[in-house]
Design a binder for this molecule. Structure first.
Ligand code: URA
Ligand code: SF4
Length: 177
């Protein structure tokens, strides 16, 4: 159950990120979602609020979802690691491995049609490869799960062209659901 995963994440001390977090940030959304979005790690705003993608990157994600006619409440949004790394550094291998079971549990509980990978950290962690620039907009199947790759919404904030491409990706993702 998503509720149980959430409760475990909130009190988790499996890696050192628990020492510097304000709040752990469990995934959020519909437990019957057709799509799960996976980012990198909570940022400052997320750490303050205990919710994923509620800062400026989250605004970009919300805008793209609404342009694609997808309501934010109908999807499920989570991260590779559930606690904010100090100064927003990329989470390391130890932290990713420690947090991995929560991500796997989220996916196997929700059983979405598609898992949408946001950016290179999630792509490297889950598929063992980055190259979002080359593979964005594509589906990659691994161990019976269909992954759709696109950019991290933080990467598009100061890049109009990438922002358009990101929105087009989310629109094409919407058509697959
Ligand atoms: N960036 C992420 O990768 N995840 C969040 O939750 C917020 C910003
Ligand atoms: Fe636990 Fe994940 Fe937070 Fe580490 S990042 S303390 S494994 S919830």
């Amino acid at each position: 159950m998503i509720f149980e995963i959430r409760e475990s994440v909130i009190k988790c001390t499996k890696c050192d990120l628990c020492k510097t977090r304000t709040n752990a940030v469990p995934g959020k959304g519909d437990q019957n979602a057709k799509v799960i979005f996976i980012g990198e790690a909570p940022g400052r705003t997320e750490d303050m609020k205990g919710e994923p993608f509620v800062g400026s990157a989250g605004k970009k994600l919300s805008d793209a979802l609404s342009k694609a006619g997808i309501s934010r409440e109908s999807v499920y949004i989570t991260n590779v690691v559930k606690c904010r790394p100090p100064n927003n550094r990329v989470p390391n291998e130890i932290e990713r491995a420690a947090c991995r079971a929560y991500l796997d549990a989220e996916i196997s509980t929700i059983k979405p049609k598609i898992v949408c990978i946001l950016g290179n950290t999630a792509s490297n962690s889950i598929l063992g490869q980055g190259e979002i620039t080359k593979n964005h907009g594509k589906i990659i199947e691994k161990e019976g799960i269909r992954y759709f790759l696109t950019f991290h919404p933080a990467a598009i904030i100061y890049n109009q062209e990438l922002a358009r491409t990101f929105e087009e990706d989310i629109i094409s993702l919407g058509k697959m659901l």
